[in-house]
Every structure is written in C-alpha cells, then in structure tokens.
Design a binder for this molecule. Structure first.
Ligand SMILES: [Zn+2]
Length: 369
C-alpha cells in the first residue's frame, strides 16, 4: 500500500545537516559516525530517499524551514538573524528540491491533475524503481515571508501550505511553547493566504493563535504533524476541542512519530522508555472515534525533524517501517478502505478537493467578470 507522509524536513536535513539523502540510512549513519559527529540526532537518521521508496512512502509534504534566530529556542533550529536572510535560505531550500527534480528523483505536486497522475502511476506500479517521489511544498514557520503581500510570490514559486509559526514566536504568530495570539501582521497574512489559495497548517500555533487564525482564515485547514493532548498533555498537541473544530472544517490531521509526542511525561534527552510504533494507533483512533469515521486521521511523521532513532519508536529502524502500520490498524478492527484512507487516501482526497474547488471558483470568477 502506498503511504503519504505529511511532514518531512528534507531540504533542512540536506542543507543544514549536510546529508546526501540519495544514500540510504545505513550509509549516512556510517559517514556521520566515521566523521565523529556526536550531536543529538546524528548517526541514527531514519529518512532518506531509498528508504522512503522501500517503504512505499511515495508522496509527502516537504518543508522549507529557514528559522529566524530566537533566544531560548532549540539550538538546532536557531539560525538566521534577519528575515531577508531567512527569505534567501528559503529559496535555497526550494532550489534543493528543484535540483532533485532535475535528477528525476522528485516531482513537485501542486494541482489536482498532477496529484491524480502521480497517485495513479504509483498505484499501478508500487515497486517502481524509476517513478519520481512526489512532494507538496510547505513552509514551517513563516519566517521567510517578508510581508503578507509576498504570499503570492511564494505561491507562484510552488508553495501550497504555510504554518505561520514554529517553536517560539514567529513574525506573525505565537507558536509552540508560548502564550499569546497573532501579531500585528498575522491577520493580514492569513487573509492574503486565503485570497491566494494557500492552505493553512495549524500545527505549532499556540492555543490563542489557533483560535484567532481559524476565525480569520476561511480556507482549507490541515494539521500536518500533531498528536492528541488527552493522551499526551502538552500544548504542542491538539486538544479534543481543537480536534473537533478541525473535523468540522474538513481538516486532515497527520500523526507524528516523535516519541515525546506519543507518550506522556517524556523528557527529551532524559527519559529512557521503549515506545512501540503501535502507540501511534491510539492517537489515530482517538481522532477516528471523535469523527465517527476514518476520514480525518492520517500520517505526518516528522521523523527527520531534528532527531533520529533515539527519539523514535524503539521498533522503528527507518521510515520504511511505516509499512507495518496498516496491519496494526487491521488488528484493531479497521476495515481495508479505512486503512487506505489513513495511510494515504485522506490526504489525497483533501488536496484533490481543495485544488479542484480553487480551479472551479477561479473559472466561475472569470465567467462573472
Ligand atoms: Zn514541526
């Protein structure tokens, strides 16, 4: 079965971590070990292109993640001292994806027609060694959008999703680990996103930013990598109330495999506990129970988000192990169509419907004028 992963930081890994993702995980681990690299997440990565292909993870949301420097945030993502520098770095990361497209390794997906072609080709040949992997471009934190009126420029460059915040505060909104709502230019950013057809990713918004954003923004919503707060009490996760609001708006929620988001009271770098991959099914199931169907829960692993095997389920070696999730869901009584929806169908439907609606309304607009 093909798999859709809604959150991978591939360009950040390739450029900031200097990893050649065309090698497999074992090769990169060895190179990093031979080079004596000992930082957190080194020598134990779980995501590369060969491993994605082996796991049939043939379509994913890939991010631009050029973070502004923020006092108190995680060192690994403290980086640029100014927004123009983040803007430049954003285009640098985009150029990485474009380079891989030129090598035939990746294919950018930005409309319903491209999406349908990609999914059809892969379903016809799940073991293909030649078809490109597909990515939808997203921006995690809006640090490289210099002004709200620049959203159009990024859309024209292929960007389809923006999460206005990340850890800490962004220029537009309070994010994970902070209290507060949108900043002065936040509402304008959201209105411009809606006008242009940019999808809003609510992941990493603070609670107040979440409420304000979904009030102002009337377009399609998703949560790319987000688990459940009742199971893991932390503001980083979605409360049941937030989940219900997202379901009511037709959103899809991707579930993450970072174990501090899967298990309560886990302290990064300190807690030693074996969390099995199966645990993610508790979070998926909770969304399905709330919705009364399997149409809103999906996968968004974040497996290359600044950690490796040390902070992943103990029985996961690489991202190819996602192929074990379908059987876990079947054992819990999920029907075959429901398993397919969770593993890829919900994301495919979400993007197809969103993009078809945009084309239809643009066509109507032309007729009216
Ligand atoms: Zn994230």
């Amino acid at each position: 079965m093909i798999i859709f992963d809604a959150h991978l930081d591939l360009a950040w890994n390739a450029i900031d971590w200097n990893r050649d993702l065309r090698l497999n995980c074992e090769q990169i681990r060895k190179l990093e070990s031979d080079a004596g690299l000992t930082d957190k997440g080194r020598c134990c990565n779980t995501v590369t292109f060969p491993d994605l292909r082996r796991g049939k993870v043939v379509i994913f949301i890939a991010t631009l993640l050029p973070r502004l420097l923020r006092i108190g945030a995680m060192p690994a993502i403290q980086r640029y001292a100014s927004m123009p520098a983040a803007y430049g770095a954003g285009y640098g990361q985009l150029a990485y994806y474009r380079g891989l497209e030129q090598e035939g390794l990746l294919r950018q997906i930005k409309d319903a027609k491209g999406l349908d072609t990609h999914v059809r080709q892969w379903k016809e040949d799940e073991n293909s060694q030649t078809l490109p992997l597909g990515y939808i471009l997203s921006m995690e934190g809006a640090d490289c959008i210099l002004r709200p009126d620049q959203v159009q420029e990024w859309f024209d460059a292929g960007l389809r999703i923006v999460g206005p915040a990340h850890y800490g505060v962004s220029p537009y909104a309070h994010g994970t680990g902070t209290e507060g709502g949108l900043f002065e230019r936040g509402p304008e950013l959201l209105r411009e996103m809606e006008r242009v057809g940019m999808i809003l990713d609510v992941t990493h918004l603070s609670d107040q930013s979440f409420d304000e954003a979904i009030e102002i923004y009337g377009g399609p919503l998703l949560a790319s990598h987000h688990n459940n707060r009742t199971l893991v009490p932390n503001q980083r996760q979605l409360s049941d109330e937030q989940t219900k609001k997202l379901i009511a708006r037709g959103a899809v929620i991707g579930h993450a495999l970072d174990i501090w988001m899967m298990h309560p009271n886990y302290i990064r770098g300190e807690t030693k506990v074996n969390i099995p991959l199966e645990k993610i099914c508790d979070h998926i199931d909770r969304v399905c129970q709330m919705a009364g169907n399997a149409k809103h829960a999906a996968i968004g692993t974040d497996l290359d988000g600044g950690f490796g095997r040390e902070q992943s389920p103990h029985d996961l070696d690489t991202i190819a192990d996602l192929q074990r999730i379908p059987d876990m869901l079947r054992k819990r009584g999920y029907s075959e169509p429901a398993v397919e929806e969770i593993m890829h169908g919900n994301w495919v439907r979400f993007f197809r419907d969103t993009w078809k609606k945009q084309v239809d309304s643009a066509a109507e607009g032309r007729v009216e004028r």
